[in-house]
Design a protein around this ligand. Structure first.
Ligand code: ACO
Length: 435
């Protein structure tokens, strides 16, 4: 650790004379951390923390979350300020390099990203192997992982220059692959990237343009897409980021690690939630059905969750949800959509839930996914692409966290332990002798 301990805790095991003093470290912000690395050597015990809710798995300078206060900082800058005043490409620079860029640094960085937006022509052929109705996240897992087969010059993770180029390649190519996955599902030709457009505008262009006619990217939609990307760019040691770090800790190449992150993001408890929110709103159908739906959510036997609500870390409003709700109104307003029944339904659902004791007592508030699906739908993006857009945004976070881990001299393979509750040692019995 780079911090020096500023305290200690003593652990002792009841009924024995075994005890040990463990150092306590203080980060810049957030709770102090007990360094338990000597625990097994000193006391012969492990800690038990399924879901890792109380475990700091690494030291990081990238993103800070205060879940009780609803605070999210990228490299110290509040998400609200970045969403309002910055843009995605500047946020990418910030996450990767730790500081906001000068004008010249930003220009260079943009050039570095746009230089890599195209994919190898042979990657096009992969798509023929997928069914037309394949979920685009399935395509993303496969094709992003397969990048490792094309860029052998970037696979030495110990070379800082190769790491740098791999990072550019991933940030630049993931939107191209995402758009290809979408076009393939429609049966439309792939659209090559346009490096004269900004990151978000180019992404929309690749999603929506067709060769048969000119396509103008709407600045309103480009701005909204940019903001969605900023809000999803990083989020500390969440499930997909931890997956990227764990895969990377083995020395796996960055393309494989990001593919692992995409796979983890796909689940409905994580990035798949925005898709699930829209499905849920469709099933509720009308505000008059909200009370019976809420009753179902509260019934432990129903297995129904209020999608877009609750978060492992936020026990308050997710600050991204607030910005997303505001953006949702702006986008619908600017698109001239005065009546969006799904938005009305979502707002009524939120109003009822945040006053209901079940949600209040469990500190369940809307998360980033509650409103993002409605914005994406208004932008004409199909539901199956929602999690893909999240993956496009989060790629920079994954890459930054992967790079930070590789550059950490104390990094070693991630290898959790367990409490074993299976059968004790026993001898094999031949089938004929089993009772
Ligand atoms: N609807 C109903 N009840 C819920 C919800 C929900 N959305 N979320 C949590 N709860 C309940 C749990 O059943 C539990 O109740 P209990 O104490 O009576 O058993 C209590 O609240 C605590 O929940 P946990 O499961 O311990 O919360 P955890 O931190 O493990 O889960 C999670 C967080 C997975 C996000 C959960 O809230 C959830 O499934 N939400 C819906 C899916 C969703 O929106 N995911 C997106 C997360 S944001 C992101 O990934 C970008």
């Amino acid at each position: 650790m780079t911090t020096t301990p500023n305290g200690s805790v003593t652990f002792s095991i009841d009924g024995t004379n075994r005890s040990t003093k463990l150092p306590v470290h203080k980060g810049t912000l957030g709770p102090d951390v007990v360094d338990i690395r000597k625990l097994y050597a000193d006391l012969g015990v492990f800690t038990f923390d399924p879901g890792y809710g109380e475990t700091a798995s690494c030291e990081s300078t990238i993103t800070y979350i205060d879940g009780d206060e609803g605070v999210l900082l990228y490299r110290g800058y509040p998400i609200e300020q970045l969403a309002e005043h910055s843009d995605f490409i500047e946020v990418c620079y910030l996450l990767m390099n730790g500081e906001l860029p000068s004008a010249a640094q930003l220009k260079d960085f943009k050039k570095g990203v746009t230089y890599h937006t195209m994919v190898h022509e042979q990657i096009r052929r992969f798509f023929d192997g997928f069914r037309r109705d394949a979920h685009p996240m399935a395509v993303m897992c496969g094709v992003v992982g397969a990048l490792a087969a094309f860029y052998h010059d970037n696979l030495d993770i110990n070379d800082p220059e190769q790491r740098r180029i791999a990072a550019f390649r991933l940030i630049a190519k993931v939107p191209t692959i995402a758009a290809m996955a979408y076009k393939y599902s429609l049966g439309q030709p792939f659209v090559y990237p346009r490096n004269d457009l900004d990151y978000a505008a180019n992404f929309l262009y690749m999603l929506n343009a067709v060769p048969a006619e000119p396509y103008q990217v709407s600045p309103v939609l480009a701005k909204a897409m940019d903001r969605i990307l900023v809000l999803h760019a990083d989020h500390e040691q969440n499930a997909s980021t931890s997956t990227v770090r764990l895969a990377g800790s083995t020395g796996a190449n960055p393309f494989a690690c990001i593919a692992a992150g995409i796979a983890a993001l796909w689940g409905p408890a994580h990035g798949g939630a925005n898709e699930a929110v829209l499905k849920m709103l469709g099933e509720i159908g009308h505000a008059k059905n909200i009370p019976s739906f809420i009753e179902k959510v509260k019934d432990k036997n129903s297995n129904v969750k209020l999608m877009g609500f609750g978060h492992r870390v936020y026990k308050n409003f997710d600050p991204r949800a607030k910005i997303m709700q505001k953006t949702c109104h702006e986008v619908l307003g600017e698109l001239g959509i005065t009546d969006e029944p799904l938005l009305d339904l979502a707002m009524e659902l939120e109003r009822i839930a945040i006053h209901d004791d079940y949600f209040v007592s469990r500190k369940l508030y809307p998360n980033v996914d509650f409103y993002s699906g409605i914005i994406l739908k208004a932008m004409g993006i199909p539901t199956s692409m929602f999690t893909v857009i999240f993956a496009v945004a989060r790629t920079v976070g994954w890459v930054s966290q992967w790079k930070e881990m590789i550059e950490d001299p104390s990094q070693r393979i991630g290898r959790p332990r367990q409490i074993y509750t299976g059968a004790p040692r026993r001898d094999y019995v031949p089938a004929a002798q089993r009772g």
